[in-house]
Design a protein. Structure first.
Length: 221
């Protein structure tokens, strides 16, 4: 029996990817090279320091540990500057309604995100009270596709992994959910998220009950 829905944040409940991209591109330009939207696709679901390493490799730049952390901090300052101006209108279509209905049906809900800025984003969107637990980059030590973030979310409300459903938009996140032993709903392209149990384009017009019925069909067939 499913007991909990666990949501990634970026690309699932809110589109902060554009702000990450603007901040990474700004960093690249400050270092003397361009960073394209195509390059940015390589950073989906990847931790901040791993993302930085990818960016530096694109620019063919070598940096010691101290410099790397300075670059990451500068990028994050620019990112926080952008997201500090966010509002409720940036919640993805009907995502907050879907989470609210899940809670009303008796399911536990959690955020499981690599972002260390998760509390600020939730506060700006006004949806912090929709979640029983928030597991983010301030707590975790291993990035997706490692399952740590999802396992910690399940532990936070005492659920077995098999009783949890993860909502993810990135292939690395779906791999992490599978490794955790959880069901996974991909949000986006069926071609890119083929490892998910179910793939949806949006929460628009979708109910938690519909997800549960589809997963029941998968389990019994």
């Amino acid at each position: 029996m499913i007991q909990a829905f666990i949501f990634d944040l970026d690309g699932v409940l809110v589109d902060t990817a554009k702000y990450h991209y603007l901040a990474w591109r700004r960093l690249a330009q400050s270092l003397g090279f361009d960073f394209t939207e195509e390059d940015n696709e390589r950073l989906k679901g990847v931790s901040r320091m791993q993302s930085l390493d990818i960016l530096l490799s694109i620019g063919n730049i070598q940096a010691d540990e101290k410099t790397r952390h300075a670059y990451a901090e500068q990028k994050n300052q620019w990112y926080v500057e952008y997201i500090s101006r966010m509002g409720r209108d940036e919640i993805l279509p009907e995502a907050d309604r879907f989470v609210r209905e899940a809670r009303e049906s008796g399911l536990k809900t959690a955020i499981a995100s690599a972002s260390k800025n998760t509390p600020l984003i939730l506060e700006r969107l006004g949806i912090a009270d929709l979640f029983d637990a928030v597991i983010d980059g301030r707590i975790t030590s291993r990035a997706k596709p490692d399952p740590e973030v999802f396992l910690l979310a399940a532990q936070s409300f005492g659920s077995e992994p098999v009783a949890c459903v993860v909502f993810e938009d990135a292939a690395a996140g779906i791999q992490a959910a599978r490794r955790a032993g959880m069901y996974c709903v991909g949000i986006g392209s069926p071609q890119q998220l083929s490892q998910a149990d179910i793939v949806i384009r949006t929460f628009r017009g979708l109910s938690p009950r519909q997800i549960l019925l589809q997963l029941e069909d998968i389990r019994t067939n």
